[in-house]
Design a protein around this ligand. Structure first.
Ligand code: SAH
Ligand code: F3S
Length: 434
């Protein structure tokens, strides 16, 4: 049987799709990148915001047409967060759907597909309290960089967020299986690993905390770059910063979602820090690792957000000047505390105009941060040939900035010293030091 898979949402989902591929390959399935040749089509979905969710529903309706008009035997599956969010109701919403599988049940997919020969529909959306995929070796999609999920789920219960409901409680993975995966990726020629978790810095296994795991990984694969995301701001500790500083292969980049620059809104969101505390965390990071990059997630128009709250967000952004940020407008998600108890009372047009304002601001901050690299010599991992001009390579520095430079004999996948000469709004321009 041939399967086709399409992935939406965060890096965790990309990694999960790699796991799903591995599970299906083991059972003899063949992957196809042609929708029309597939016997089963899976959409690995995200429900964290309304807009991407709508996109997935529309995509499904389009794919549905293949089943209606071309291949009546085609099986259609929704896996991932939409599955746990809507559960059985998805069968009512999407008429031709055959399979619904939640993020903790991917091991069952082959069996569930087989059952579809005799059964009409299959669903498994149970959430586990233990990591289920320690024995699966995911199949990354080429490139030089591979994801490794080290923990799943989230216990934080921010009032706006659906993740704790769709992905369940925090569960960390056995460090031995993580190290095994790191070594295997190194052997296969990968040059960078990105450790993933909804709250990567909440990793906890017996007596092992995140900073200890990170040190172990940095030592085990010293020739690989190690990145990690997403960090919950108040989980950043001095111990963690010391480890990041000590190992040159740990990248000097922190992704710390601020969400809002107003302490009143942060408290309504049930984030565990005030704006002042967030600023102190940034100060501590910059003191220990001055040349690092800090990125963030921020949203506009959360319940009851006033113009004053919004101005506070702008004020804090201006103080910190994040290297980059993912910026969103708030959308109410059914089942969350905010959906049930708070008023989604900021008009959509205002959410959008506030969002546009912070997008413009972030662009100027990103440019400011990029320009700070000019004149420096940085170690760059060559990742490929520039899409815009084949005479150029592109790669990234430790801070995660993208750098474009003239191609020479250096191999893709090697580390080279590059002098930064200039910057556009999004990219650095450099030259390889011979
Ligand atoms: N700790 C996780 C958060 C996952 S959700 C991580 O960053 O990996 C990713 C981001 O989506 C959040 O940081 C938040 O900024 C945004 N988000 C979550 N729920 C949202 C909602 N209901 N509306 C708009 N944005 C949301
Ligand atoms: Fe969501 Fe907050 Fe966890 S944003 S993933 S509940 S840290």
């Amino acid at each position: 049987m041939k399967f086709y898979i399409e992935t939406y949402g965060c890096q965790m989902n990309i990694y999960d799709s790699e796991i799903i591929c591995s599970i299906l390959f083991k059972s003899g399935f063949i992957k196809t990148s042609n929708l029309k040749k597939a016997d089963i089509i899976l959409l690995n979905t995200c429900s964290v915001r309304e807009k991407p969710e709508k996109k997935i529903f529309n995509r499904f309706l389009k794919i549905n047409k293949i089943k209606i008009f071309k291949n009546k035997k085609l099986k259609l599956g929704i896996v991932g967060c939409l599955a746990t969010h809507y559960k059985n109701n998805l069968f009512d919403k999407l008429k031709f759907l055959d399979l619904i599988v939640g993020p903790d049940s991917y091991n069952k997919i082959p069996e569930m597909i087989k059952n579809l020969k005799t059964k009409k529909k299959e669903i498994d959306v149970r959430l586990a309290n233990q990591e289920r995929y320690t024995k699966i070796i995911p199949i990354p999609n080429g490139g030089r960089s591979a994801f490794i999920s080290i923990m799943r789920g989230c216990d934080n219960m921010c009032t706006f967020c659906i993740v704790p409901y769709t992905r369940g409680r925090e569960k960390s993975r056995n460090p031995n299986s993580i190290l095994k995966e790191c070594k295997l990726l190194y052997k296969k020629g990968y040059k960078e690993i990105i450790l993933l978790g909804q709250n990567v810095d909440a990793y906890f296994w017996k007596n092992m905390k995140f900073f200890q795991l990170l040190e172990l990984i940095a030592k085990t694969v010293p020739l690989m770059r190690v990145r990690f995301l997403t960090s919950y701001p108040s989980n950043i500790t001095k111990n963690l910063l010391k480890v990041v500083k000590k190992y040159s292969n740990i990248c000097k980049h922190f992704h710390l979602p601020l969400q809002s620059g107003s302490t009143r809104i942060l408290s309504l969101m049930r984030r565990k820090y005030t704006v002042e505390e967030f600023l102190l965390i940034i100060k501590m990071i910059k003191k220990i690792i001055p040349d690092c990059s800090i990125s963030s997630d921020i949203m506009t128009g959360f319940c009851t957000e006033t113009q004053e709250d919004h101005r506070e967000t702008i004020r804090i952004m201006n103080i910190i000047k994040f290297n980059f940020s993912f910026l969103f407008k708030y959308s109410s998600r059914q089942g969350t505390y905010a959906y049930r108890k708070l008023k989604d009372n900021v008009p959509n047009s205002l959410k959008i105009s506030r969002l546009n304002e912070i997008i413009r601001l972030q662009k100027s901050h990103s440019f400011y941060r990029l320009k700070q690299n000019i004149g420096k010599i940085q170690e760059v991992l060559i990742e490929g040939i520039s899409k815009k001009d084949e005479n150029y390579y592109y790669g990234r520095n430790s801070k995660n900035d993208i750098i474009v430079f003239t191609k020479n004999k250096s191999k893709i996948g090697s580390y080279k010293k590059v002098k930064i000469l200039n910057s556009t709004f999004t990219t650095l321009i450099g030259e390889i030091i011979p």
